[in-house]
Structures are given as structure tokens and as C-alpha cells.
Design a protein around this ligand. Structure first.
Ligand code: AMP
Length: 216
């Protein structure tokens, strides 16, 4: 059975960083809905243009287009054994759609690590974040700077600051998260899948706790 791990948590908590590490460790694919939207934006697809109008406001892209984008992505062969889902699902409708999709392909949500941190930490992290243009590797100007300013250590591509990582936008995204995504915490807790992780700790410590919670 294909194994899917859903990473849940507010914007700026470190989901993307942990998802990349987890994907390397578990050899599962890393599927980030935000990265997929940004890729569509870069390639100027119709989906990219539609998504941009919501992303620019810090709002969620409508469920139907988001669900069909993820469906296309997780039916690709690299997700045959499963995937680390980063940023999806973000609403109860998306979570229900995921259950239905996985039932079709003989997959299951195995666990849902829920990474938390206070709002001040989230704003500080997101507003200092630099993202690699090529593959989405993540840096922080103070906590994890690249070796060379503006250049990704991993693939040498440019680093840029996401428009939606400006302080006011991060605050708006946190509000959207509290209203629309928080209900998923209870959804997955009831299903016995929620693993709570303290995201204020150093990256390595969060990874360690994630791995031991997943494989205990
Ligand atoms: P992220 O990179 O996960 O912070 O996502 C960036 C933006 O992409 C979000 O603020 C939303 O506008 C959009 N987005 C990402 N994932 C989803 C999702 N599952 N549902 C709706 N919109 C999403």
C-alpha cells in the first residue's frame, strides 16, 4: 500500500524544510502544493494565472483546481510508493478528496505530523526566508544563511524572497490558516493520525522528533 504523510502546520513553521529532508530520508516523493502553483506561475500556465490572483492576496486557491492539480501530481510514477504532502490538504474538502483519491489508488494517509510555533516565530521565519528559484530549497537570512549571499548552496540557482513572505502577507496567511486549515487538526486527531511536534526547535531536532514519531 502506498504511504502518504501529510505535513500540517502554519505558514513559516518549517514544513517545506522538513518535507525535503523527510523525502530524502524516506525516499518518498515530495509534493508541495505551493511549489506546484509557483511552477505554474513561472511557466505562465492558465492555472498559474488563476492561482496568482489568490496567492497575491494570501488566500487559498479554490478547492476544485487545487484538488485536480494534486490528483495529477500524485498519479505520476514517482508517487507509486507514496509521498510527503506539504501544504495539501488545507481544507476539510481537500482532506475528504484526498481520502477518496487514495482509496482509488490503494494508498493511505499513514500519519499527520502537526508542527506548531507561536505567531511571532512564524512571522520572523517567513519574513527572513529566501527560496531557491530552481528547486525551492529554503534558507533563512539569520538562522540558516546560504554560503554565498543570494545563491543556493545545493544547485547554484538564484535565491529570491517570495512576495507572500512580506510581514503583512504572512500575518494574513496565518489568519487564513487558522480559519480554514485548523479544522484539519481535529479531523486527523479523531482519525488517530496526528503527531504533534514542537516547531520552535532547531531544524535537526524537529527532524529527529519527526522521524522518531513516524517510526516508533
Ligand atoms: P505555501 O508555499 O504552501 O505557503 O503556499 C503558497 C500559496 O499557495 C498559499 O498562500 C495559497 O495561496 C496557495 N496554496 C498552496 N497550497 C494550497 C492548498 N492546498 N489549497 C489552496 N491554496 C493553496
Amino acid at each position: 500500500m502506498a504511504t502518504f504523510i501529510v505535513l500540517l502546520g502554519p505558514p513559516g513553521v518549517g514544513k517545506g524544510t522538513q518535507a525535503k529532508i523527510l523525502a530524502e530520508t524516506t525516499k518518498l516523493a515530495h509534493v508541495s502544493s505551493g511549489d506546484l502553483f509557483r511552477e505554474n506561475l513561472k511557466n505562465q500556465t492558465e492555472l498559474g494565472r488563476l492561482a496568482k490572483s489568490f496567492m497575491d492576496k494570501g488566500e487559498l486557491v479554490p478547492d476544485d483546481v487545487t484538488i485536480s492539480m494534486i490528483r495529477d501530481r500524485i498519479t505520476r510514477s514517482d508517487c507509486g510508493a507514496g509521498a510527503i504532502l506539504d501544504g495539501f490538504p488545507r481544507t476539510p474538502i481537500q482532506a475528504d478528496a484526498l481520502e477518496k483519491m487514495l482509496a482509488e489508488f490503494n494508498g493511505e494517509v499513514k500519519a499527520v505530523p502537526f508542527i506548531t510555533a507561536p505567531e511571532s516565530t512564524l512571522v520572523e521565519r517567513a519574513s527572513g526566508r529566501w527560496t531557491c528559484r530552481e528547486q525551492g530549497h529554503i534558507y533563512h537570512q539569520i538562522f540558516s544563511p546560504p554560503k554565498k549571499i543570494g545563491i543556493c548552496d545545493m544547485d547554484g540557482s538564484d535565491l529570491y524572497q517570495r512576495d507572500d513572505d512580506k510581514v503583512e502577507m504572512v500575518t494574513k496567511r496565518i489568519r487564513v490558516y487558522l480559519e480554514q486549515t485548523m479544522p484539519l487538526v481535529e479531523y486527523y486527531r479523531k482519525a488517530g493520525k496526528l503527531l504533534e511536534i514542537d516547531g520552535t526547535q532547531a531544524v535537526e531536532q524537529v527532524t529527529k522528533e519527526l522521524l522518531s514519531a513516524l517510526y516508533k
